[in-house]
Design a protein around this ligand. Structure first.
Ligand code: AHG
Length: 340
């Protein structure tokens, strides 16, 4: 029989990678397959969001005072359920749970990984059919295997991530994940229900023409950020300006587009919220990891995101992430001496 398939499925790809590393245990590959399964289940619900009773608010707020959508809860339950059942994960830290969820049973306690995740990012866009996503970072636990994991396993700097990724529930459904060896993107083929490798070895172009920021907050940003945004709008043949502004309000989609096409995504601190809105552990760190492996950069305006030592599960951080030369440009404005 002739096999005309052009694409590796996610399972085939992880098994192939595993074979290249005879010392690997296969736990990370199994964990990725679990995440792929949860993503498919969430995808089904996202696609029928207008048809089923899954739209709208769940009638409560999360630990950060944000309104929880029904789909937020559904996605959270799916990812936690699949990760627990898969026994490759000792526990989860999620945007939707006040505290870490410890899978305290014999098999899970033997797992070496913990997962930090935002199960449904951009949930403000659910009701209007705009792309939303899932973000995750995977860490090797620092506590001893055989015991329940604890908060110290989750409060690790982002540079300790073993793998990180995201899922875009958009015009197509994409799962992008990477280890230090490279970033790969898989598109869900709905006819067979498999993620297929469509974006091998993703590299972020060193320069692009897209900048993404919430312009509504412009006057609340610090001077250097405002100066850079102004520069993005000016004609400058040396860097291809003026740039194009694109901001969906789902960072998964915004950062994914900029990663592929080249660009910069910014969620700076504001006068009222100096740490901005995004969460360090499960929004900034996974994207910082992916951007760096792909050749880009990510900072909080002062420090490399991946070097920040976390002190709490839901801490926030400003985020600037994107093409390396655009990050250099931004920093030349942010670190310039203030005009006298
Ligand atoms: P949420 O999941 O609460 O909708 O937050 C989405 C995040 C992020 O994905 C997006 O880039 C940002 O919030 C948008 O925030 P603003 O509306 O403040 O720009």
């Amino acid at each position: 029989m002739i096999n005309n398939r052009k694409f590796f499925t996610l399972d085939e790809f992880t098994i192939k990678q595993l074979r290249e590393f005879p010392q690997a245990t296969g736990e990370l590959s199994s964990l990725m397959r679990d995440i792929g399964l949860a993503a498919k289940r969430v995808n089904v619900e996202v696609n029928k969001a207008g048809l089923a009773d899954i739209l709208g608010e769940a009638g409560k707020e999360n630990v950060q005072g944000e309104i929880v959508q029904k789909l937020d809860e559904f996605a959270n339950n799916q990812f936690i359920g699949v990760l627990h059942h898969g026994v490759n994960c000792a526990g989860v830290g999620s945007e939707e749970n006040d505290d870490i969820v410890v899978f305290d049973d014999e098999l899970s306690n033997k797992s070496k990984y913990v997962v930090l995740m935002d199960p449904l990012d951009g949930s403000g866009n659910i009701d209007v059919g705009v792309s939303i996503g899932t973000i995750f970072g995977i860490y090797r636990r620092v506590t001893e295997k055989g015991q329940p994991c604890n908060i110290s396993d989750f409060l690790q700097p982002g540079r300790n991530q073993v793998a990180a990724g995201y899922i875009v529930y958009g015009s197509s459904t994409l799962l992008v994940y990477g280890t230090r060896r490279g970033i790969n993107g898989f598109t869900l083929d709905p006819s067979v229900g498999e993620f297929c490798l469509t974006h091998p070895d993703i590299k972020c172009p060193p320069h692009g023409r897209i900048y993404s920021v919430n312009h509504g907050n412009f006057f609340q940003y610090e001077e250097g950020v405002r100066a850079y945004i102004n520069a993005c709008q000016k004609k400058d043949s040396s860097n291809g300006g003026p740039y194009t502004q694109r901001y969906i309000g789902s960072m998964v989609s915004d950062v994914h587009r900029n990663l592929i096409k080249g660009g910069i995504f910014m969620y700076p601190g504001t006068i009222n919220k100096p740490k901005g809105k995004l969460r360090l552990l499960y929004e900034c760190n996974p994207f910082a990891f992916i951007a760096e492996v792909a050749g880009g950069r990510a900072t909080d305006g002062k420090n490399r995101i991946l070097d920040v030592q976390p002190y709490e599960l839901h801490q926030r951080s400003p985020l600037f992430v994107g093409s390396s030369q655009m990050m250099d440009e931004l920093e030349s404005y942010m670190h310039a001496e203030p005009a006298k």
